[in-house]
Write a new protein. Structure first.
Length: 145
């Protein structure tokens, strides 16, 4: 099984940008930990990580996942609240293996504009406010029997 783990804009700045909100863990730390967890849960599991600050690049990766039948774990960052195009791409994955939306911070305890997600209505699940553990929880969802 292969799972695509996507991270949207500004997530390359984890550990530096607003550590009081997002913590001090870097994206490289998150990837390393999730790979370790994946290896302990399933030796046949392959993860592909991808981060971009560019909407079209994320959409291209979602299309790749849809064509290959891979589930997706996505932290869409600010595109959560703005991108109908990303939602439209993820709709194809939603109809197949599915995707889980992850947010490091609790978006519902923040500014009002962060309370709306274009992606949540078609996601298998939404994990918000659990820090980097949200990625591990999403992984566990896809590995459950």
């Amino acid at each position: 099984m292969k799972i695509l783990v996507l991270n949207g804009p500004n997530l390359n700045r984890l550990g530096k940008r607003q550590p009081e909100v997002y913590g001090k863990t870097t994206l490289a730390d998150v990837e390393k930990h999730v790979r370790e967890v994946a290896g302990s849960l399933s030796p046949d599991l392959e993860l592909e990580f991808f981060q971009s600050n560019h909407e079209g690049e994320l959409i291209d990766k979602v299309h790749e996942a849809a064509d290959a039948g891979w589930p997706v774990i996505i932290n869409p960052g600010g595109f959560t609240h703005t991108s109908v195009a990303l939602r439209d791409a993820l709709a194809e994955v939603a109809d197949g293996p599915g995707f889980v939306e992850v947010h490091i911070s609790n978006v519902h305890a923040r500014e009002a504009f962060r309370h709306h997600s274009y992606l949540s209505p078609i996601a298998r699940g939404v994990i918000a406010g659990l820090g980097a553990y949200g990625y591990e929880a999403a992984l566990g969802y896809f590995l459950q029997d």
